[in-house]
Design a protein around this ligand. Structure first.
Ligand code: PEP
Ligand code: MG
Length: 279
């Protein structure tokens, strides 16, 4: 099996019925993006931008350079704006102490608490993208207004620096359950969706994803119902980028529900393609 996937990793994943499925990578820095390329990824479905913000606040130039190096590797790239807060604290970001950090200031909520930081990140992404049609994704969106306000924020940043961003797409992670009931309205405003099953599972079952004793059932019918609802209701492209996308048992079910784009960790690319070919 291993040898087979090694030779076929650059070939597309086609099911036995002849459906072509895209297999993208979740990248976390330049290194993992390069590994994704070597492993046969067709693009980056999720670029987690947190790596740049770990210890010291990066400058605009540092960010621009780092994004550009990664943007040059693939034609199809989705970059997610900073998703820290909660359990992932940053030394230079002040967030009030929270009883339930996973329900606190995290993801897109930073646009309210730290607008300068988010402005600089968007500015750097716009500069690095240049003419390339990069996709920009907001994490932890929980309402339609949150998306439209954040997109307006981005448009204002572009206007301030006189940058044309009409070729860029703006989409959301589906990881907060309220979004499941807002899809009809979101269809009118977003360009794409990506299902983050790690957080979606955490919030659906009210079990911390990092809990040492408790673990939500990754294959629960409740989660698949949620995914089915998304695929049936969305009129914009949907991909899946949580851990579930590389789960052997989940892959046939996801294909059956109509999923066409999977984004998995670089080391799972070849194996995920093989699983898809066997369906
Ligand atoms: C997710 O929540 O499923 C996801 C892909 O994002 P992260 O694991 O970075 O929160
Ligand atoms: Mg998440």
């Amino acid at each position: 099996q291993k040898a087979r996937s090694a030779t076929k990793r650059f070939e597309p994943a086609v099911t036995r019925e002849g459906r072509s499925i895209k297999v993208f990578a979740n990248a976390a820095d330049l290194n993992t993006a390069q590994t994704a390329k070597e492993e046969g990824a067709e693009g980056i479905g999720l670029l987690r931008s947190e790596f740049l913000f770990k210890d010291l606040k990066p400058s605009l130039e540092e960010q621009q350079k780092a994004y550009k190096e990664i943007f040059e590797l693939f034609d199809d790239i989705t970059v997610r704006t900073l998703d820290v807060g909660g359990d992932k604290a940053l030394p230079y970001i002040e967030i009030p102490s929270e009883d339930n950090p996973f329900l606190g200031v995290r993801g897109v909520r930073l646009f309210h608490t730290h607008p300068e930081l988010m402005e600089e990140q968007l500015h750097a992404i716009f500069l690095a993208a240049g003419d390339k049609p990069i996709k920009i994704m907001f994490p932890m969106i929980s309402s339609v207004e949150e998306f439209t306000q954040t997109k307006s924020f981005a448009q204002n940043v572009a206007q301030k620096y006189q940058l044309d961003i009409s070729h860029l797409q703006f989409g959301i992670m589906i990881e907060v359950p309220s979004v499941l009931f807002l899809l009809e309205s979101l269809n009118d405003v977003v360009d794409f969706y990506s299902i983050g099953t790690n957080d979606l599972t955490q919030y659906l079952f009210a079990i911390e994803r990092t809990h040492t004793l408790l673990k939500a059932d990754a294959l629960s019918p409740a989660l698949f119902s949620a995914i089915e609802r998304i695929l049936d209701t969305a009129t914009k492209p949907v991909s899946i980028c949580g851990e579930l996308a590389a789960n052997k048992e989940a892959i046939p079910k996801l294909l059956n529900l109509g999923m066409e784009t999977f984004s998995v960790s670089p080391r799972s690319i070849a194996q995920t393609k093989e699983e898809i070919r066997d369906v």
